[in-house]
Every structure is written in C-alpha cells, then in structure tokens.
Ligand binder design. Structure first.
Ligand code: CMC
Length: 376
C-alpha cells in the first residue's frame, strides 16, 4: 500500500503557477488586472481596453486602442461552413453546448489565408471577436429574428446586445453590459481558466484550450450560477417570501446560488459594482423588484450563514432587465472571460511546463488477476 499523502481537495490554496495577469486579495476584497484595481477599470475603461491590458500587460494608447477595436470588428464574421453547422443544430440545444461545439469547429473552417497561428495573439483576438456572433447566430434562428448585420460602429458589448435583442441598446444598458464584461474578463486561476491552461500546457492549440474552458464554465458552481439566482428570485416572487424560501433551502442543505467564494472571504468587489448597476438599470425602468428581492436575500443569507455575495448574485438581474434570455447568461460570461482565458493561454505558452499533478492512490495494489472465463 502506498504511503498516505496529504490531499488538497479541489486544489484549494495550492499555488500552481506564477502569473502577471490577475491578483485577487480575498481578505481585502480586491481584484487587480495587471496592476489596475477593478473599481477604476469598471468606472473608466471599456471591455476592449481591458482586453488589451490583459493581452499586452499595459494600457493602450488611443491609437493602439483604435487599432484593436477595428481589428475586433473585422474579425466578427464567421466562415459560411460554421454558419451552416450552427444552423443545423437542434433549436432546443443548450447555448453553451452550441458555443463549445462552434468554437471547436471554428478551428476547422478558418479560411487558410487568415487562419491565425495556433498559439498567437491573432487567435486570441479572433476568438474574442467571434464569440458574440456565434451566440447570436444560434439565438437569432431560434428567436426567429432577421439575419445579423455587421454593425461595425458598435463595441463588443453593444454589438452582442444588438445581436441578441435585435435593437440598439440604450446608452445605460450598453454601459451596464460593458461594465459587466470588464468585471468578468478575468479572475486568476478560476476553474475554466485553469482548464484552458492545462490544455495549453500540453502544447495544444488555442482553440482546443478555449473549448476546454467553455465546457468547464458551463457548470452551475462556476458560470451557471446567475441563471440559478434568477430561478430563485422567480420562486421567491415577493420580499415577504424570501425568509421562508431561504430557510427551506438551508434546511434541505441546498446551496444558495450567488453566495460564497473559494477565494473571497469578504464581499466580492464585482458584486459591489453590479449591485449598483442592478439598481441603476432597475430605476431607469421603474422596476426595483429584483433589486429589492436581492437586498433581502443578502440580509437573510448573511445572517443565517455568514456568506457574502459573489459576482453572480446581481449580474442576472441586470441581464434580465435588459431583456436577455436566462440561458444566454453563461454564454455572455464566456464572451467576456474569453479575454482572460486567451491571455492566460498565451502566458502559458511563454512559460510552459506540463501541468500534471498526482493523486493519492487509495485502492488495493496486490489483487490477483483471474481470466474472464473464470469469473462468475
Ligand atoms: N449556500 C449555502 N452554503 C454554502 C454556500 C452557499 N452558496 N457556499 C458555501 N457554503 C457552505 C458549504 O455548505 C460549506 O458548509 P459546511 O462546511 O457546513 O459543509 C461551507 O460553506 C464551505 O463550502 P465549500 O463548498 O467547501 O467552499 P468552496 O470554496 O468550495 O465553495 C463555491 C465555493 C462558489 C463553490 C460555493 O460557495 C458555492 O457553491 N456557491 C454557490 C454557487 C455560486 O454562486 N457559484 C458562483 C461562484 S462565483 C463565479 C465564479 O467564479 O465562477
């Protein structure tokens, strides 16, 4: 029998690699991208500027940002073979399954002359630009919306809103979405980013790494939580039912989605910012129903479990008010986290070491093999 080994379940607190991209101070509730506090970035920058920061490690000059925005617009359209493949997918498919399959297929159909190198920043930009179009290509067919137009004047976030809703977003909605995209753009070694880096560490290509990441983001303990928060709000329906619904769930040992975090021991700073946007977007519509429910939910969950909100608590309320279908919340998360995923994959290529941990074996080692014919 092997010697017993200490196991860090879920790799909790294991420092797996060095990275310059993102720092989370879980005790102070701070999130830093490449040296810049998320609160400053959310107040002043755009998703495109943050993507530049994550990829290049420095803020862009106006000219470089312009170049990047133009480049992202130029890379939005999909190869016709991929459009045909998405159009052949069952209408009741999960949009995350569509996204995962389409990103994997995109690698096959990129036209030869523009195909980005398998480990290049061009690939990072191509995937970032293509994700909104993939999501919209599928959604517009099921929602019976007219074909997508290029709309080069729209930013990444506003283009995605137009593409899903088939109308131009109001300035407030467009900014709310841009801020949500900034907040979701990276988060150190979260599960999907780690999955992407593991794939890249085998010297596999960027498209494969991002396909791994999308499959990992899909789970409700990671990207799927805000959709579940909205189900909870629907179940509670009114502020006076929050207490009883939470008590019933806790008594049944169920988790309350949108609360708790592996790294933050205080409030997630992204939740602080999104709480404000939930209020602003609600006030503009004279509809604070979600906001009021969420405030009460926070109060009860903190009192009962001492848990703080995470990024997923308020994001769904913002998206819902804007009119985004709930099953597109996680694809939206992917359309912003793609900046961080690709930055991490590119970083992995520059400091490559195969990620290959070990397991503590707990099974037997000396069983006697019996040929199949002799087994009852
Ligand atoms: N509701 C009820 N209890 C909870 C919750 C919750 N949301 N989160 C943690 N706990 C309890 C858990 O039951 C456990 O209690 P006990 O020790 O009595 O068994 C204790 O807190 C520690 O939980 P854990 O699962 O060991 O902690 P973790 O670090 O693995 O959990 C988490 C992190 C995010 C998986 C967890 O907090 C959770 O399941 N939250 C709900 C899902 C959610 O909101 N996910 C979005 C995360 S933020 C977005 C992202 O980064 O992807």
């Amino acid at each position: 029998m092997p010697e017993p080994m200490e196991v860090q379940k879920g790799l909790q607190d294991v420092v797996a690699l060095q990275s310059r991209i993102c720092f989370i101070d879980g005790l102070q509730g701070r999130l830093i991208y490449d040296g810049y506090d998320i609160r400053d970035l959310a107040a002043n920058s755009t998703f495109e500027e943050v993507a530049y920061l994550l990829w290049y490690g420095t803020l862009p000059t106006p000219a470089r940002l312009d170049d990047l925005c133009r480049q992202l617009v130029a890379l939005r359209s999909l190869p016709p073979e991929l459009v045909a493949l998405i159009d052949a997918m069952p209408l009741d498919s999960s949009p995350m399954d569509v996204l995962r399959t389409a990103v994997s297929a995109l690698a096959l159909f990129e036209p030869g002359e523009t195909k980005p190198g398998p480990t290049s920043i061009g690939g990072a930009q191509r995937l970032t630009a293509a994700l909104p179009t993939i999501i919209a290509q599928f959604h517009r067919r099921r929602a019976k919306l007219p074909p997508l137009r290029p709309r080069p004047e729209l930013s990444h976030a506003a283009y995605l809103l137009y593409a899903i809703l088939d109308r131009d977003p109001s300035p407030l909605d467009a900014r709310a979405m841009d801020v949500a995209f900034i907040l979701h753009a990276d988060h150190e070694l979260n599960a999907s980013t780690f999955a992407a880096r593991v794939t890249a560490s085998t010297l596999s290509d960027l498209y494969s790494a991002i396909t791994s990441a999308i499959g990992t983001l899909k789970g409700p303990l990671h990207g799927g939580a805000n959709e579940r928060v909205m189900e909870l709000l629907d179940e509670m329906a009114s502020v006076d039912r929050v207490e009883s619904v939470v008590q019933a769930k806790l008594a049944a040992h169920e988790r309350i989605m949108g609360f708790g975090h592996r790294v933050y021991k205080v409030e997630d700073p992204r939740a602080t910012i999104l709480r404000e946007w939930s209020r602003r977007v609600g006030e503009e519509r004279k509809n604070l129903t979600y906001y009021d429910l969420l405030r009460k939910l926070e109060e009860v969950v903190h009192r009962e479990k001492g848990l703080y909100p995470n990024v997923d608590l308020y994001s769904g309320s913002v998206y819902s008010l804007i009119g985004i279908p709930h099953d597109l919340f996680t694809p939206l998360f992917a359309a912003s986290r793609i900046a961080g995923w690709t930055a991490h994959v590119l970083e992995e290529y520059t400091d490559l070491r195969l990620i290959r941990p070990t397991a503590a074996y707990v099974g037997p080692t000396d069983l006697k093999y019996s040929p199949i014919a002799g087994r009852a």
